[in-house]
Design a protein around this ligand. Sequence first.
Ligand SMILES: Cc1cc2nc3c(=O)[nH]c(=O)nc-3n(C[C@H](O)[C@H](O)[C@H](O)COP(=O)(O)O)c2cc1C
Length: 193
Amino acid sequence: MRVLVLFAHPVETSFGAALHRQVVESLTSAGHEVDDCDLYAENFQPVLTREERIRYHDYPDNTGPVASHVERLKRAEALVIVSPVWNFGYPAILKGYFDRVWLPGVSFALEDGKLTPTLRHITKAAAVFTYGATPMRAFLAGNPPKKMIKRVLRAQIKIGAPVDFMAHYAMDVSTDETRARFMEKVKAKMAAF
Ligand SMILES: Cc1cc2nc3c(=O)[nH]c(=O)nc-3n(C[C@H](O)[C@H](O)[C@H](O)COP(=O)(O)O)c2cc1C
């Protein structure tokens, strides 16, 4: 499959970066064609500008500033997101990717106020997240990143597509062992993706 990997972490030596390398390596070894979108390395600009907001609904003109990302998204048959959780959401660079690239005409069509998802060619998705919070703290906060994947993203891709949510919680008290165990889980899931 053609897998678009979206990665959002600024530090090369982070655990997140190691997870990203593992995801790309395991998917590639399994025979997938990986489009590795490292948003920081690509210097993605996450801010939706005034001009973009004015033309937001004008497909296809709205895609002009992010044409290459729209092409990459349209080519994707599967999606894997690797990211830390910041403020119980996506890091700004990843949030901005969705704001600027998942546009009307690209990820959904809007006709007479009725919204129709248009990324049905994405037939599989997975998320690999790390949290500072424990599972209980994340639960008490409503765990928005998990809902963004399991509910929002799931509704935007192929109906019934498998969506795998993997998370290492409590990173601040993680150990070599917990990180190694999570890495193994990610490796196995990606090898079987
Ligand atoms: C700006 C910022 C905001 C954060 N906000 C949260 C948060 O709301 N919830 C949470 O569970 N962890 C939060 N964290 C902790 C990160 O999730 C944690 O540092 C990260 O998952 C560790 O992975 P890394 O070592 O690869 O960066 C935050 C960290 C940063 C830097």
